[in-house]
Design a protein around this ligand. Structure first.
Ligand code: FAD
Length: 411
């Protein structure tokens, strides 16, 4: 490798200091204190996004989900506070938005997923106003709660775009918690609740679908499959949907609209040589090493593997990426193998969660010895009390314990 004198070079460069990036940085730092490590991330605030569902339901405040990024960067890891613009894998370097070039011996790519708000005409202009909200937006999650609390009658619409999205269960979590709030307030029968989804299955793992369908029925939610949101008129309070696979459109009036935006790999990954045909980072599903460039690894929402895009998946992937980066630096075979673990705590009511855990191929893989299709108070306790702590004090410090999951022969 030709190393130009003017290029700052690190043993490991990590693109994205979110859930996956900080976890890998902390693990590498602990396992090999001799490495020089840089995390590149323009954002000064770090969010525990899984709790935004709870912010939208009034269980937490936005402030409780946020920390200063600077305080989370592991000791003796350099934070380069700007965005990556492009990759030069043959030169073992990345170019930042300022034009600065940063070199690496190993690169870990984990800049998350891109939320394409602009793809729905009218949405950006009205988000956070006119009853239009989203738990996927840090600044709007609290507005969801405001809309829910103030709706005593009328029509509430919740949308779900085409897959893949991060936390595929989050659009329906908002439906359940809002409906449960209205039920407890005694107004649910005055509100028409609609869940309009682009897909045709409530959840990707069939094992959990009957429970979720029962929950939708219990709240009297009108589920519309193969309906994709294509435009919003905030002033008129109208949402336009296209019936998937046809030119037919349906205009629905709303008093409250909870939108989950279409999502994709970030443009700078999509437009790079590191992307697969769909734009995602092209890594091997087991080793998480790039299929073409063997000095590059990836994890989190950006990778083009078939697991669920969740923080739970990133938590399982981080030790594997750290192990394989160290193997690779030492010239050893890659010993870390990822089984596709992902988890989705479906908040079916206040105080109750269906904890869906699964592997590649939709294999059900519970961590606890009870039927996890059953709504559970224990799993609510995990979601609201244990997981946030595990994230801040375990995962981001690189010391979270490996939780064993048992594979059921069901999918
Ligand atoms: C409403 C909601 C509910 C959710 N619920 C759950 C849940 O219950 N359970 C669960 O496990 N997961 C849940 N998730 C998903 C979870 O938050 C993500 O899967 C997880 O954060 C992915 O980690 P990541 O490191 O890939 O990306 P992120 O944590 O999003 O981090 C990406 C980082 O990359 C940085 N970045 C972006 N572009 C660049 C660039 N050009 N250069 C450098 N850095 C860049 C960003 O600033 C960011 O810090 C939820 C998400 C949402 C929005």
């Amino acid at each position: 490798m030709a190393e130009a004198d003017h290029v700052e070079r690190y043993s490991v460069v990590i693109v994205g200091g979110g859930a996956g990036g900080l976890s890998v940085a902390a693990r590498l730092r602990r396992q090999n204190p001799g490495l020089t490590i840089a995390v590149i991330d323009p954002s000064s605030t770090h969010a525990y996004q899984p709790a935004w569902t709870l912010v939208g339901a009034g269980v937490m405040t936005t402030a409780q989900t946020l920390r200063q990024e600077g305080g989370l960067i592991p000791p003796r890891v350099t934070w380069l506070r700007e965005g990556v613009h492009s990759f030069q894998p043959d030169e073992h370097s990345v170019t930042l938005e300022s034009g600065k070039v940063v070199g690496y011996h190993r690169l870990v790519v984990c800049p998350g997923i891109q939320l394409n708000w602009g793809q729905i005409p009218g949405l950006k202009e009205t988000l956070g106003r006119n009853g239009v909200t989203s738990n996927y937006d840090r600044d709007s999650a609290a507005y969801t709660w405001e809309c829910v609390r103030h709706l005593g009658q009328g029509t509430a619409i919740f949308t779900q775009p085409p897959m893949p999205i991060k936390c595929a269960g989050a659009p329906q979590k908002a439906v359940y918690l809002s409906s449960d709030y209205w039920r407890r307030e005694g107004v649910l029968h005055h509100i028409n609740v609609h869940f309009c989804m682009a897909g045709d299955a409530l959840f990707g793992v069939p094992y959990f679908v009957p429970t979720l369908q029962k929950t939708m029925d219990y709240y009297g939610v009108n589920v519309h499959q193969k309906e994709n949101l294509i435009a919003v008129d905030g002033e008129k309070k109208e949402a336009t949907f296209q019936r998937v696979g046809t030119d037919e459109t349906v205009v629905r009036s709303f008093d409250m609209l909870h939108v989950v935006p279409p999502q994709s790999a970030p443009d700078f990954v999509k437009n790079s040589v590191l992307a697969n045909e769909n734009g995602w980072l092209d890594v091997d599903p087991q080793t998480l090493r790039h299929k073409k460039y063997d000095t590059i690894f990836g994890l989190g929402d950006v990778i083009g593997t078939s697991n669920a895009k969740t923080a739970a998946a990133a938590r399982d992937q981080a030790p594997i990426v750290a192990e394989n980066v160290l193997n690779s630096l030492a010239g050893k075979p890659l010993s870390g193998h990822y089984d596709g673990y992902g988890a989705c705590p479906l908040t079916v009511a206040y105080g109750r969660v269906v904890l869906a855990e699964f592997l590649y191929g939709g294999k059900v893989a519970p961590s606890f010895p009870y039927d996890q299709r059953k709504p559970s108070r224990f799993a609510w306790f995990l979601k609201t009390e244990v997981f946030p702590r595990l994230y801040w004090y375990g995962m981001l410090k690189g010391i979270d314990p490996k939780i064993k999951h048992k594979v059921l022969n069901r999918s």
